[in-house]
Design a protein around this ligand. Sequence first.
Ligand code: PMP
Length: 400
Amino acid sequence: SSPFEQVELQAPDPILGVSEAFKASKEPNKLNLGVGAYRTEELKPYVLDVVRKAEKKIFEAKENKEYLPIEGLDAFRKATVDLLLGPSHPAIKEARVAALQSLSGTGSLRVGAGFISRFLKGRTVYISNPTWGNHRNIFGDEGVKWEYYRYYDPETVGLDFKGMMEDISAAPDGSIILLHGCAHNPTGIDPNPEQWSQIADLCIKKKHIPFFDVAYQGFATGSLDADAAAPRLFVDKGLEVMVSQSYSKNLGLYGERVGAMVMIVGSKDVAERVLSQLKRIARAMYSNPPTYGARIAAEIVNDADMFGEWKTEMAGMAGRINRVRGELRAALESKYPGKDWSFVTSQIGMFSFTGLSPAQVDNMTKKWHIYMTKDGRISLAGLNSAKVGYLADAMVDSFK
Ligand code: PMP
C-alpha cells in the first residue's frame, strides 16, 4: 500500500481554523473575533492609504523582478533597523547590527530558531505561558527545546510578574528568553517600564539571551517609538538581543510577508559573521525574500512625508481599537455590574484575554455565533461600535 495511506489528518490551526469556521457559518449575526487582523468600523479589511501611495510610486518606477540578495533589500534593512532602534542609535553607528529581511514575523522567527539550533545548541528557549500558539511549532520544528515561564495570572487577569521572574531566574544560565516586544499575544498584558528594567537586569545577571518578537510595533500605543521601548532598553543596558520584526499588522501587509530577523551584538566583526550565517540558513529555507512588500515598507519609512502619513494612519487604527475597548467595558459594566471589567481597558493591542473558559467559549460560538479562540482571547480589531452591545450580551450570558 502507499506510504501516504499512513498520513494522519492534522487538526486545523487553532487560530486560522476559527476563520474557516466563521466563513462556513450562515448566521446573519456572526462575528469573527478570532484572527488578529485589523478591520475598519465597517468590519472590512483595510489597506492603508500610504501603502496605496507607495504602490503607485513603485508601479511607476517600473523596477525589475530580479532576485534580491539573500539578506534582502538594503533600503528595507536600513528602514527596519531604524524603526526598531531609532535612526541615531549608537549600535547602528557602530555597525553591530545584523539584519536579514525575512518572511514576516513567522519566517524571521524560524530563521532565528535555525540560528539557535546551530549556534546556541543545547540551550532552551523559554516562552511565556500562554503565548502565540505558533511559537511552539516554530521552535519545535527546528528541534529547539522550549519551556514555559509563568506569565498570566487568572486571579487578577493580569501579569504574574513574581512567577515570571522566578522562572527566568530558575532557567539555566545562558537560556534564551522569548519576550513580546509590546502588546502581548494573546493576553494584551505587558510588563510596565520598571518591570521591563528588572527583567533586563535579570537577563544580564543570568547571561540569558533575550529574543524579542516584535509583531505589533505601533499597535499598542499608536506610537512606533513607545512600542519599541522594551527592546531599546535591553540594548541600551548592553545586552545582545535577537529580534524578529513583522509588518503584517502595523503596515497591514499581512499577505506580502514583510519582516526581518535582527541581531544586535557586541561588535561589527561579530555582526558580519552572524549575518553570514543567517544568510546561510535563509538560503536553504527559501533562498531570498520577496521584493514587493519590502519596497513598500522601505518607500514609506525612508520618505519623511509618507512616514508621517503612516504614523497618522497607525494612530487611527490603534485609536479605533482603544475606542471599542472603552465601549465594550462600559457595556459590560452596565449589563453585569457585579464583576470587575477593568481588564478590558488595561490590556493593550489588538487582543483582550477575557478569562472565558473553553466551555464558555463554546457557548459564545454555538449560541451567539461569535468566533474566537478556545483560550478566551478576542480580537478587538474585529469589533465595531454597532456590535459592542451584542458581544457584551454574549459575554455576560457566557460568564453567568
Ligand atoms: N508573533 C506574534 C506574537 C504574532 O501575534 C504574530 C501574528 N499573529 C506573529 C508573530 C507573526 O505574524 P506574521 O508572520 O504575519 O508576521
